[in-house]
Design a protein around this ligand. Structure first.
Ligand code: NAP
Length: 343
């Protein structure tokens, strides 16, 4: 099959670099353009990221020589991945959608718009039908959730489906890479925890119920989030307490997590065989040990046990750069292709 041409906006950032690395030898996509800010434009990509390459391995050879271009329509691509700073992403994404490109975005700007799908392919692929409301013709904007929300919504999806979720309390411990590059100053975080990440709690509370809703209406449960920045490099840890509408057993909850396999790599190349792994060691998940499970696409859940206030509590770990960002955007683009929306 001829590969579809794609471009990456914000290709020099922490998330953009991961997208470039994950698109190396992608079976469906071929990268034709890498775009970033004026400060990077004109330089070969390899030079633009020199000294700040954060993805595993080396800069792919085909990418290193591509000149970085401006974030303006005109690139030879059908899909554009957006990993732009949210201060500039909104109007740039609209310009690309208006020009007929499908935009698969990591940025927060359009996530809560009524006509913009906020999608996790294993959870709410049917929300892609919202694209028709955007009025961009062949173009459109599809978003993936905030990096913490991705893990939280993915964990709650099988519980909500089988038992009905009625209330959730979540506390996050989020890694430094979640703040991009150069991110949080070393002196502010070394030996410290910062109990504030601007806008993060609101994003978790609003995005989770949009994803688990029916496209028209958000899900009816309440969720309360508290977010902390910690000194780990990659991987957001979260502890959750969940109240369910139908009371159930440990075995049923464990089955709900492990039997949740709505997609396979056969359907979409970046999809893991099972998106959730349940660990029975009470000291897991840990960012240092579990962040790369399933090449970063698998959520690890552990410490599943009864909760004396709500019904159940557990800890989850999501790879914020892969499942929560680059891999999420690529999976959404694969879904667009699989559903015939990116012809
Ligand atoms: P980052 O490392 O700061 O990268 C930002 C990118 O935006 C760089 O490529 C930068 O290009 C480009 N940029 C900045 N100002 C620009 C301008 N005026 N015009 C054109 N390009 C400009 O940020 P990041 O962590 O990769 O995050 C990228 C997006 O993904 C953000 O919207 C973020 O909220 C979202 N996100 C991040 C994570 C995560 O875990 N980090 C997870 C989910 C979603 P230069 O290098 O040329 O300056």
């Amino acid at each position: 099959m001829e590969r579809m041409k794609v471009a990456v906006l914000g290709a020099t950032g922490v998330v953009g670099q991961r997208i470039v690395a994950m698109l190396d030898r992608h079976p469906w996509f071929e990268v034709t353009a890498l775009a970033a800010s004026e400060g990077s434009v004109g330089a070969p990509y390899g030079q633009a990221v020199r000294g700040r390459w954060h993805a595993p391995g080396e800069v792919p050879e085909w990418a290193a020589g591509l000149p970085v271009v401006r974030c303006v329509p005109g690139v030879d691509a059908r899909i554009t991945f957006c990993a732009l700073d949210a201060n500039v992403a909104g109007p740039i994404e609209e310009a690309f959608a208006r020009a007929g490109y499908l935009v698969s975005s990591n940025a927060k700007n359009h996530r809560m718009s009524r006509s913009v799908p906020l999608v996790i392919p294993e959870v709410n692929p049917e929300h892609l039908s919202l694209l028709a409301m955007q009025g961009y013709g062949p173009g459109g904007i599809v978003t993936n959730p905030n990096c913490s929300t991705t893990g939280i919504a993915l964990a709650l999806a099988p519980l909500h489906k089988r038992f009905g979720v009625s209330r959730v309390v979540v506390t996050t411990m989020q890694s430094l890479s979640g703040a991009g590059y150069p991110g949080v100053p070393a002196l502010a975080i070394a030996g410290n925890v910062i109990p504030y990440i601007e806008g993060e709690e609101e994003k978790i509370e609003k995005e989770t119920v949009k994803i688990l809703g029916n496209g028209d209406r958000p899900a009816g449960f309440r969720i309360s989030a508290q977010c902390n920045r910690v000194g780990t490099t990659v991987g957001h840890l979260a502890t959750l307490a969940v109240e369910l509408e139908r009371k159930t057993s440990y075995e049923e909850i464990a089955d709900a997590f492990t039997e949740f396999r709505p997609l396979t790599a056969h359907d979409l190349p970046t999809a893991p065989a099972a998106p959730i792994a349940l660990h029975d060691d009470p000291s897991r998940p840990q960012p240092a040990l579990d962040v790369d499970r399933g090449r970063g696409m698998v959520l690890t859940i552990g410490k599943l046990r009864p909760d004396p206030v709500f019904d159940w509590r557990f800890t989850l770990l999501v790879n914020n750069l892969v499942r929560g960002a680059a891999g999420a955007a690529i999976l959404n683009a694969e879904l667009l292709v699989q559903q015939g929306l990116a012809t």
